[in-house]
Design a protein around this ligand. Structure first.
Ligand code: ATP
Ligand code: MG
Length: 869
């Protein structure tokens, strides 16, 4: 069965069981501060398990793009070394939200695997949770009894909390689970060693393919478990592992999911998969990492130096260095694999087709730049090795520094060290790594207490679009600690505060009661809750508060948001329809917009965009808003859906004239409110991605006022009424002619001095020696010294410039003296420059040193005479 059909069959099967089939959520999470990447099928449904939202259907199935490279689930170190853990993989899943429970989940999993996919029953093992004393839980008898109806009892194994109890995080919904394992060893091996003894023992052919989680508890902050009122099903099956089983292969990489890219990589590298263990691992790492990086970039996450972008950059660099080290690939090559991936997976994941130019452009540029880093790292390391000489050990902090600041992999340092007969101080390196881990853990550590629920009726409603003030009551609160300190998070029954999302910053403001005013420092969304950050808890938490948004900040932000829409449209008009939003920041201070475009914008293009936006402002276009539109309606109106964004059932359409966008942000009632739009800069952030920063309204008007004031100051300084340019030009001309004159005078003075110098030369041991102080500048003094050396035989000329700030010494020696007497100007100048607190050096026949202390000049010149003796 082809992998495409395997996926199709899964979705079809659960459709026939009353499930709604939904799309995969984006792989990169935007509005969840607790998770960077989607790491399991259930992540996009978290809010339903937490009771903060209602699903479209209480049965849902899908395939979810997952990435397990950070946080609680991190498989990175196994990837490539084994044959069944990937960084990016698809998780097929079916869910019940308070609907069916263990009975159906077990029966359907069994039916699909054995009946529909035809896996032999005597190759399957299942596990049930044995209970845990510490948690006060016991054997999952319900699951055990249900499994017995399908599978022989001796194929049911008991598992402990580590394998058979699934938790979303440190706190939150959780429950026992049943795993399904498949034994795909050949029959003779199966006859020899009982598969049972290999389950959960990291055997590459006795592997877990499906996990059925029975969500029935809530883990609280104090570690205790509480029964959930509604019970849920959450299952996840590894798509690539299932393909391996159904295609009769013994490695995920032998399936049609990976073979096409492997073949392309064989072609590029000239190395066959299967030739040797080391090159096999490299090939697996590369074709695996390609998928992680490609899907992340297609979903809008570009490699960068922070957060999720940094994780992606590190994965890509890992692939590059495996290619470099083991396949001898020192030119960009990963981007060349992308078209194959697109051809294989683009049908099901159209973002791969749509984003091809960006993905390949970004990967290629990252490759080229990292390969340069590798070259630089190598030469730096070679230098270090040379300096270390006999010690034969490269200190751990040096290896760490190369890794941490230059991204030079420690493995490469190790290899280079070995080539030179060196080793690296592994323990020292580990210590540095551990220190860094501790630092980053501290930086991201977030401690959250349990919510204290005051009122659990209904969900909080946002009234932020229509209000900036309202009477509110706190419905729940909790304490959180992060690197910035201790905060309280408050949730209200209704809120006028806009929560950070879609690039727009969260509102600030205050909540006021009869006896206190508490500042709201930020507003964010988490699992569909709008959370207000405050530094102190109100005394009368159960009272009524007047919530007041900081209106001036909100208004400034709102203007920037509408201006962003107008600019987006203008960019598409001026540059073309390939312009797509790739990121944005909308604050009260300025706006930033990243978009796809391949070359630097010209000055004319920038001005045209600015002009178009200002025209729309002048047209005074009213806001036309539809809050509850369907996606079809929005697309028909001309709005664009972005990849990597999660849209609800109902979308909000924001229209100003011909600008139409899907948007959840706040906007002006009329474009005239923006008053003025001014672009500050246009730059590049990555291959094919440009960035514009701009300002509006008072900020823009004030910036223009400042510029005008500056200009007026310049006019005054230039003593002219209006034509600054002409005045500057005449200054420049005058300056150039003065410069020429000065040069002429200096030359005259220098040649006059040269005559004096010549007269002062004395003969010492056959050397025509001169040590002299001059008021010429260093360049002129040096030139004089050179000229004199050429004019006179056997010359040794030492000249010190008598400059109180930057004295210097130049030594010029006739070439024959260098050879005959073994003189070396560079060494000599180094030595006598000490008198003027200076340093310098140069060639054997010519050298200059600069110093700081002119008082030592005489002593230096006296010492110089020693060289002639
Ligand atoms: P394992 O013990 O093999 O790492 P897991 O217990 O971490 O698996 P779950 O979190 O239960 O796995 O995920 C559900 C299913 O997703 C697994 O049964 C497996 O088929 C698949 N899966 C998990 N991690 C990976 C991965 N890194 N690469 C490919 N498939 C995976
Ligand atoms: Mg795992």
């Amino acid at each position: 069965m082809k992998s495409k059909d395997i996926r199709k069959e899964f979705l079809h099967f659960f459709e026939t069981k009353g499930h709604l089939i939904v799309d995969s959520a984006p792989i990169v999470l935007k509005d969840d501060p607790t998770l960077m990447f989607n790491n399991s099928g259930m992540a996009q449904f978290k809010e339903f398990f937490l009771g903060n939202g209602t699903p479209k259907n209480n049965r849902i199935a899908d395939t979810q793009k997952c990435l397990r490279v950070s946080g609680k689930h991190n498989d990175l170190d196994d990837v490539g070394k084994d044959t069944y853990h990937h960084t990016m993989f698809e998780m097929l899943g079916n869910w019940s939200f308070g609907d069916y429970f263990k009975k159906e989940a077990i029966a359907w999993a069994w039916e699909l695997l054995t009946d529909k996919y035809g896996i032999s029953k005597d190759q399957i093992y299942v596990t049930v949770f044995e209970g845990d004393k510490g948690d006060g839980t016991s054997l999952d008898e319900e699951a055990l009894e249900l499994w017995k109806q399908h599978i022989a009892e001796d194929r049911i194994l008991y598992g402990n909390k580590k394998d058979n109890f699934w938790e979303m995080g440190d706190i939150g919904p959780c429950g026992p689970c049943s795993e399904i394992h498949v034994d795909i060893r050949p029959a003779d091996e199966r006859a020899k060693v009982d598969g049972k003894s290999l389950v959960n023992m990291d055997h590459p052919q006795v592997i877990e393919i499906w996990n059925l989680v029975f969500m029935q508890y809530q883990r609280k902050a104090d570690g205790s478990l509480e029964s959930l009122p509604a019970k849920h099903i959450d299952t996840g099956m590894g798509f690539e592992r299932l393909a391996m089983v159904l295609q009769g292969k013994s490695s995920n990489y032998d399936t049609d999911v990976f073979q096409p890219t492997i073949q392309k990589l064989e072609e590029i590298s000239g190395i066959k998969y299967g030739a040797a263990e080391k090159t096999d691992i490299a090939i697996r790492v590369i074709v695996d990492h390609l998928r992680a990086v490609a899907f992340a970039i297609a979903d809008g996450q570009l490699p960068s130096n922070t957060g999720a972008g940094y994780v992606i950059r590190r994965i890509l660099r890992r692939a590059i260095s495996y290619g470099y080290r083991f396949l001898g690939l020192n030119e960009p090559f990963i981007y060349q694999l992308y078209p194959i991936l697109k051809a294989e997976m683009g049908d099901f994941f159209p973002e791969l087709v749509k984003q091809e130019t960006i993905v390949t452009g970004v990967i290629r540029e990252e490759e080229a730049s990292f390969l340069r880093t590798i070259e630089q790292g190598l030469s730096r390391l070679n230098q270090i090795i040379e300096q270390l000489g006999d010690s034969k050990i490269i200190p751990g902090d040096i290896v760490f520094e190369l890794y941490d600041t230059f991204g030079f992999p420690a493995d490469l340092s190790r290899i280079v060290a070995e080539d030179h007969g060196f080793t690296i101080d592994e323990a020292g390196f580990e210590t540095e790594m551990a220190k860094q881990k501790e630092r980053s853990k501290k930086a991201t550590a977030l401690v959250t207490d349990d919510w204290v629920i005051l009122d659990d009726k209904g969900n909080e409603t946002s009234i932020a679009y229509d209000n900036t003030e309202a009477d509110v009551k706190v419905t729940r609160y909790r304490k959180v600690k992060n690197k910035k300190g201790e905060f309280y998070q408050l949730v209200f029954n209704q809120t006028p505060f806009y929560a950070e999302s879609g690039g727009q910053v969260g509102d600030k403001g205050s909540i006021v009661s009869a006896n206190e005013t508490i500042e709201v420092v930020d507003t964010k969304k988490e699992n569909n809750l709008i959370i207000h950050f405050v530094e102190t808890l109100p005394e009368n938490i159960e009272g009524v508060f007047q919530a007041k948004v900081d209106i001036s900040k909100r208004n400034a932000t709102t203007k920037n948001h509408t201006a962003t829409h107008l600019m987006h449209e203008a960019l598409r008009e001026v540059l073309g329809n390939h312009v797509e939003q790739k990121g944005s920041y909308v604050g009260d201070d300025y706006l930033r917009f990243d978009f796809s475009h391949f070359s630097k914008m010209t000055e004319e293009e920038i001005q045209l965009v600015e002009q178009k936006v200002n025209e729309k402002i002048a047209e005074a276009l009213p806001l036309i808003e539809k809050r509850e539109a369907s996606m079809d309606e929005a697309l028909a109106e001309g709005a664009m859906a972005l990849f990597g964004e999660k849209y609800g059932d109902k979308v909000r359409i924001i229209r100003f004239g011909s600008s139409v966008e899907l948007c959840g942000g706040t906007h002006v009632k009329n474009t005239a409110d923006i008053r003025l739009f001014k672009i500050l800069s246009e730059s590049s952030t990555a291959a094919g991605i440009r960035r514009i920063e701009a300002i509006t309204a008072d900020t823009a008007i004030n910036a223009l006022k400042d510029a005008e004031k500056n200009y007026n100051d310049v006019l005054v300084a230039l003593k002219t009424k209006n034509d600054a340019l002409k005045a500057v030009q005449s200054l420049l001309d005058e300056n150039a002619s003065l410069k020429k004159q000065v040069e002429k005078f200096v030359a005259q003075q220098a040649s006059a001095e040269k005559a004096t110098w010549k007269a002062a030369i004395k003969e010492i041991n056959g050397i025509n020696f001169l040590a002299i102080k001059t008021n010429l500048d260093t360049a002129a003094a040096k030139q004089n010294a050179i000229d004199l050396t050429n004019e006179i035989e056997n010359a040794l000329i030492v000249v010190g410039t008598n400059d109180t700030v930057k004295p210097s010494i130049t030594i010029s020696i006739a070439k024959n003296l260098v050879a005959d007497k073994g003189l070396h100007a560079g060494n000599m100048v180094k030595e006598i420059a000490k008198h003027i607190s200076g340093s310098g050096g140069g060639q054997p026949f010519l050298a200059t040193a600069g110093g700081k202390d002119v008082n030592g000049l005489d002593a230096a010149l006296v010492q110089a005479e020693e060289f002639a003796k």
